[in-house]
Design a protein around this ligand. Structure first.
Ligand SMILES: Cc1ncc(COP(=O)(O)O)c(C=O)c1O
Length: 389
């Protein structure tokens, strides 16, 4: 029995009767950009997240880029994030001319370690009241924002991060690209910081039929700025107030996402059920010396965009599972502080040891909603075969 890591075809079967007519409708109207579906989706996502404003953009990467640009991030600035994330988190910072500063992840999960964040700001940065800015003393760069990542679908410790940010007068941008629908102490991911950024890449829990993204915020002025930035900075067509980007969420994406949004929480519940059953199965198979299942941290609801274990002899296990027809993947094999393109930042592997270790140990297993009990049992069975034979 083969078990894919993700089966989008299976999901499509459950929604295709609703998707086909709206796609047809869009082709009939030939309105592809900034139409009724885009506007409606923005309202629906804002309501879903419990915030007043949502702005559709072309991708999760652009959601990050436009949020940071709206906060004035640019040359001479730095943004604090973690290196254990998808490349786009740090790539967006660099593409604005700023520098990513990495703090390590926490021991229990994969999100930003708030002690490391606090220590870094206290020891290496100084708040300059006259400039109302926090400056990194060694580099003289201005810290413009903190960018925690809600990796795999679980929120970072936002109370702590927001409290630290407040002390240094810094905005917080949530990279919630993997976490739409997750919550932290009853509030939705994306609705906790100054900005929340979502990705609608097809494999995401809420995935489109191509690239797409969304920025959410409670701040009207910032929302207006992101809206301006996504359309080349023009208030009215051909009259440009600022230099922006071309980054709109197109109608086909918005329509597909509107069909899927009502299913999102139900899908997340099914993912969670798989996660619970995996953990039970690892325990009853006696695998807990070899495999560490993910932890749900206090105050959080996990949407299990990815179900990621830490595994002994990870690379061998991955090869064994692939050979056995079990889909599995390493997200991510290289911590960003060790990426070739970031050598200039001057990090050594041991500077961020938890991220470096995670990159050596993590393995994502199939957790999509349509996965059957039989398939999930097969995954566990093959993992047991690897360690016990
Ligand atoms: C953590 C994280 N940040 C940013 C992105 C970028 O999103 P997109 O692929 O939609 O540009 C992704 C998506 O893959 C992601 O997982």
């Amino acid at each position: 029995m083969n078990v894919p890591l993700l089966d989008l075809q299976a999901q499509y079967e459950t929604v295709k009767d609703k998707i086909k007519p709206v796609i047809d409708e869009i082709f009939e109207t030939q309105r592809f950009i900034l139409g009724a579906h885009g506007v409606a989706l923005e309202e629906e996502i804002a309501r879903y997240c419990g915030v007043p404003y949502a702005i559709g953009v072309a991708s999760g990467t652009d959601a990050l880029l436009l949020s940071m640009k709206a906060l004035g991030v640019g040359q001479g600035d730095a943004v604090i994030t973690t290196p254990f994330t998808f490349f786009a988190t740090a790539g967006a910072i660099v593409n604005l001319g700023a520098r990513p500063i990495f703090v390590d992840i926490e021991a229990a999960g994969f999100e930003m370690d708030t002690e490391a964040l606090s220590l870094f700001l206290k020891k290496e940065c100084e708040y300059v009241p006259a400039a109302r800015a926090t400056v990194h003393t060694a580099s003289n760069l201005t810290i413009k924002a903190i960018l925690p990542v809600h990796l795999y679908g679980q929120c970072a410790d936002m109370d702590e991060i927001l409290a630290i940010a407040d002390r240094f007068n810094l905005p917080v941008i949530e990279d919630a690209c993997q976490a739409i629908g997750a919550s932290y102490k009853g509030k939705k991911a994306g609705a906790l910081g100054t900005f929340g950024c979502f990705s609608f890449f097809p494999s995401k829990n809420l995935g489109g039929a191509g690239d797409g993204g969304m920025v959410v915020t409670e701040d009207k002025e910032l929302a207006d700025r992101v809206r301006l930035l996504r359309g080349h900075g023009a208030h009215h067509r051909y009259y440009h107030d600022i230099v922006g980007f071309n980054s709109r969420l197109d109608e086909l994406q918005a329509a597909v996402l509107r069909v899927k949004l009502p299913y999102l929480d139900g899908w997340a519940k099914m993912r969670l059920e798989h996660a619970v059953k995996y953990a039970e199965a690892f325990q009853s198979a006696g695998l807990l010396d070899d495999v560490t299942p993910p932890t749900i941290l206090p105050g959080r609801s996990h949407i299990f965009h990815q179900y990621v274990i830490r595994a002994k002899r990870r690379d061998e296990l991955q090869a064994f599972l692939k050979e056995a027809g079990i889909g599995c993947e390493v997200y991510y094999p290289v911590s960003l502080h060790e990426q070739a393109c970031f050598r200039n930042l001057g990090y050594a592997a041991e500077d961020l040891p938890r991220s470096a270790a995670a990159a050596r140990e993590v393995l994502a297993l199939p957790v999509y909603p349509e996965l059957t009990d039989e398939q999930r049992n097969r995954v566990v069975d093959r993992i047991a075969a690897f360690y016990f034979s």
